[in-house]
Ligand binder design. Sequence first.
Ligand code: NOJ
Length: 536
Amino acid sequence: MPQPASGDSPWWHGAVLYQLYVRSWRDTDNDGYGDLRGVIEQLDHLSWLGVDGVWLSPTMPSPDADWGYDVSDYTGVHPELGTLDDLDDLIAAAVSRNLRVLLDLVPNHTSSAHPWFVDACVGQDSAHRDYYVWADPAPDGGPPNNWLDATGQPAWRWDSRTGQFYLHNFLDSQPDLNWWEPRVHEEFRRILAFWFDRGVAGFRIDVAHGLYKDAQLRDNPAAPGDSPLVGRFGLAPVYSANRPEAHAVFRDWRQIAERSAPPRLLLGETWVGDFDRLAAFYGADDELQLAFNFPFVFAGFSAPELSAVVARTLARLPAGSCPIWTASNHDVGRFATRWCGDDDRKIRLALLVLATLPGTTVLYYGDEIGMADVDVPPELQRDRMSMDGGRPDGNRDRARTPMQWNASPGAGFAAAGATPWLPVGPSADRNVADQRQDPGSVLSFCRSLIALRRAELGGAIASWQQLPTPPDQWAYRVGELVVLTNFADRDAEPPVAVGEILLRTGAAASAGSAPVLGPWEGIVARSGGATGAGST
Ligand code: NOJ
């Protein structure tokens, strides 16, 4: 069980972060794409909701083969989203509301349009050649090894001009950087400093598990199963990612982050299925301060599965570290669909769990209103990665559709007449304006939950303790409070006695009523006296 950091905890311990997909948030210039001015315009929604910080999806210039995850300039702003001045204004507007701003940093690969890669392709002795991973053909003239990219195709592209293959673990327009090259380290140190100087509170680090590749470029072994966490397309990414050398990069960046005043946050996209590997990204409290937990994302929505992931995570994380939980994002889709089948009871229960687990939690834009995945017809799809190949996690456009601000036909995303870049989902019930008026809505519930978390839980890392329950229930003690949940279609007796009920997901129940747990209901209560049914 991780212990609290000594002294004052950093702001992100116990924080609620909000992943904001800028292109889909609010379009102020009527071009169909959300923009930075739109984020500024709607920041009050986030202060009202009570979150502590936002992670902006990629904001840097990019040809958008992978919607910003193919960067062509690491110190600029994508013209479609705004200008550097807009970003400065956004940071200032956020700070004035006590909100921190994290940017998305993509150090595993660049766009093929990045000047480094353009130069690297001029010749084998060009200045930036070694910024990328180049290799000669295999003896049969084919790709150097068996690595596959994210679409299931060979991860190597032949460059006829210079007579070698280059590596791309994602699209062929996203060449992988070569982290064995010291100048790449220098470049990213400068990039970190550039943004920290502008007041960015930290970074979400894309493909943090992937930076280094095996120096000998050995073949990946067959995957023991087929799952996004174990291996894709029949191969386990043992040599094409997950190399131990990446830890030195994070130790270096951690020093840069901590030299800044105030210290900055490094939050890794650590796509690993093994808890020891996950824990390793925290180092000895000298690497990433937060590392995304994908076993939790991919767990089934059941008490045994979720509780097992949480217990195993807490058992492995090093002392002083802070777990982080999320259930939706722009790659894996929305929990309202994946976990909850659009069932309001389950959506509230999922939010309650996310908000009461120990550590930091991340909501994805729209989670707070229970936004569901949207079926985007093939002719309107924009995610090239899933169109090009069989990504196991399916088409990702489904979770990138415009934020639903109101019930109007365009959901308030853009001015009337603009065609949004992705179709707007059904917003009749699931929209901010209507849900704000309704004290029984998912949004009102989510806001109360965040307020309760702030007032009573504060991250409660050390004091969190699972309680014994029957299989369909999950219960835990957090400080002076107990959280009781029922993951079943029938009523359940609480496993422990409860005192005052502070919040319950069930809309019909009133405070003070008998604490039977309704189907798919969760309760946050003060600890009671005597032990109830089912406890041991
Ligand atoms: C992870 C990002 O979340 C995803 O959207 C992107 O396609 C890949 N990394 C490549 O950058």
